[in-house]
Design a protein. Sequence first.
Lengths: 452, 252
Amino acid sequence: MGAVLPRASRASRSIDLPYAAKFAASRVDFPGGDLPWLTSGRDVAMARFSELGLPSQKVEDWKYSNLSPLAKSDFTGPDRKAADAARDEVAQRFPKESAAGRLVFINGMLDGSLSVLGNLPTGVRVIGLADAMTGESDLLKAEMDAMPVLSGHALAALNAAFMADGCLIILEPEAELALELLFVAAPDVGAVAYHPHISIAAGAGSRLALGEQHASLGDIEYWSNPVTAMRLGEAAQMRHYKLQEESGRAWQTALTKARLAAGATYENFIVTTGGRYARNEIEVVLEGAGAFCELGGSFLLADEQQVDNRLQVDHIAADCTSRQTYKGVLDERSHGVFQGKTIVRRDAQKSDGNQLSRALLLSPNAIMDAKPELEIYADDVKCSHGATVGELDVEQMFYLRARGIDEASARNLLIAAFMEEHLQSITDNAARDWLRGAVSGWLAQRLSGGDG
Amino acid sequence: MLEINGLTVSVAGKEILKDLNLSVAADEVHAIMGPNGSGKSTLSYVLAGREGYDITAGSVLYRGQDLLALKPEIRAREGLFLAFQYPVEIPGVGSATFLKTAVNAIRKHRGEKEFDAMEFLKIMREKRDGLGISEEMMRRALNVGFSGGEKKRNEVLQMALLEPYLAVLDETDSGLDIDALRVAADGINSLRSPERAMIVITHYQRLLEYVVPDYVHVMADGQVVRSGGKELALELEENGYSGVGDKAEAAA
C-alpha cells in the first residue's frame, strides 16, 4: 500500500498510433493537394494529432473507452477499385426507398452513380467534399473556416489531416431539404480507415431532415472516423437521425458539432446496434436565445460490444432548452456508456436542461457507466439529471404473467416497451418507423422466443 | 373448484397466513372481509403465484390440480384470474396489444383458435362498451395515465375477456365513487355463471350490496375466523371488526 509506482509503468495520456509516417507517404495524394490552404491545414492537424495522440483512459472524456486495440490494427486508406467492386451489392442491399435525395459513400468515398441528387429544391446545395476540393474550393474554405472543429480533439485532428470525402450541405434561408447519407463499409485488401467530413450550413428559417445509415457488407474490420460540423441559423430546424448497424468488428468514432442561433431547433436521435466499438460524441452550443435541442439515443448491445455516448450541451444564451435522453439494452458482456454534460453559462438565464440515462441489463456480465453532469453558472435555471441501471420491474413481470403471458414473452414485451416509449419521442413519423424497425429487428433476433 | 387446506405462508420470516382453510365451489360467490393486515391481499397474491411468499404448510387444490406447483401464467391459462388492487402501469405497452396477447395466450392453451386483429377488436368493443371504457383509453399505454376508476374498470374488462373459472377480486371497489362502483359491479355480475366462482375481497360491505355473495368469511390475523351467509356482511357493517376474532365460531 502506498508504494509509488515507477514512472515507466504509469499509463500515458495517449496511445501511440503510427500515423505520421502514413500521413507523410500519402500527403500528396489526398484530394485538394493543389490547394495550399488545405494542405497546410492538413499539416497543422497532423502535427496536432501527433502531439495529442490517440486518447488513453487517462483522458477524462475517454475514461470508459480503451482504444489501444485500435493502435494494434494496421488500417490503410481505402482503395477506389475495392469500393467500385462493391457497388452492385450496395445497390442491391440498400435500395433507395424514399423520395429524399441520397448520397452513398462506400468506404468513405462518395459513389456518384449510386447517389441521387437530381431535383434538389431551390436554395439548396449539396456537394461531395472531394468534388468541392476540386471545383468549389472557395466555398469549401469559407465553410471550414466558419466552423473550426480541431480545438484539442485528437480524433477530429486526425479527421482533418486525412479527410478525403464527405459533403457540404448548404441551405439558403427558408429552404427545405430531406437527405439521406448512406455509409457502407465494403471489403478491401485489409482493414481500412476513413475520415468523412460533413459540413452543414442551414440558413435562417430553413428546414433540414438528415437520415444517416452506417452499415457494412459482411463481418469486416474497419474504422470510420466521421466529423460533422453544422451551423443552424435563426429559427432553422434540423432533424438528424442516425442508424448505426455496422459490422461486429467495426470501430466508429463519430464527432458531431452543432451551433444553434436564436430560435433554432436541433433534434438528434441515434440508434446503435452495431460495431465492436462506437463513440457517439455530440457537442451542441446554444448561441442564440430560445434555441432548442433534443438529443436522444437507443443502444442495443450484445457480445463484447461497447458504445460510448458523450454529449455536451453548452447553454450560452438565455431561454434555451436542451434534453439528453439515452436508453440502452445490454446483453452478454456488452458495455454502455453515457457521459452527458450540460453547461449553463452566466448569462443563460431561464435555461431548461435535463439529462436522463436509463439502461436495462439483461446479463450479469453487462456493464453500464453513466456520468450525467451539470455545470451551472446562472442562477435562474431549471436543470435536472438522472441515471438508472436495472433489471426488469418484477411487478410489471408478475402483472403480465398473471394474465397468461409466459415469462420469456413478458420479458420481451417489457424490453420492447422500454425502447418503444423512447422511440415515441422521435418527431418524424417515417424516421420513427425506420428506427423502430431496426430496434424490433435486434430484439427479434436476440431475445429467446416465448411460447405464446 | 378451490380447496385451501391449512395454508400457512410467511413473508421474510413473518407468518401472514396461519392454517387457513377455505372451500369454494362453482357457481358460488364468496366474500372475504377483514381489517387491514388480516392477510386478505396475501391470500390473493399466493393464489395468483406472486413471488416472495414462503409456503410453509398446507395445500391448494384448484380444479383438481396442485395450484401452488403451477407458474403464474399457467394458473392464468387454467382459468384463475386476479383483479389487482393496484393495477401496474406499463409504459410502452399498448392496452389493446396487451389484451390481445393475453387473450390469445389463454385461447392457445385451451386449444382454441387465436383471434386475429379484427376478431379481437370486435370482441373487445362488445365487452368494453358495457364498462364505459372508451376506444381512446385502449390506445393508451397499459394503465398509464388511467384514473383509479379507469384502472379498476380495466381489470374488470380483462376478466370479461379472459373468461376465468375462478376470479379473485382484490378490493376492486376501493377508490371507486358510487357510479363507478355500480358499473364495475354490473360488469362483475354479468360474469356470474354456473361454471364460474368468485372470491370478492373487500374491506367494506358497500360492494356486496351490488355483488351479493353466497358466503361471507371474515379474516383476522391470517385465518378465517367466521363464516356465514350474506347477512354476516351487514352485521360487520354495524358492529365493525372489533372482536370478530374472539367470537370465532366456524373456521370453515
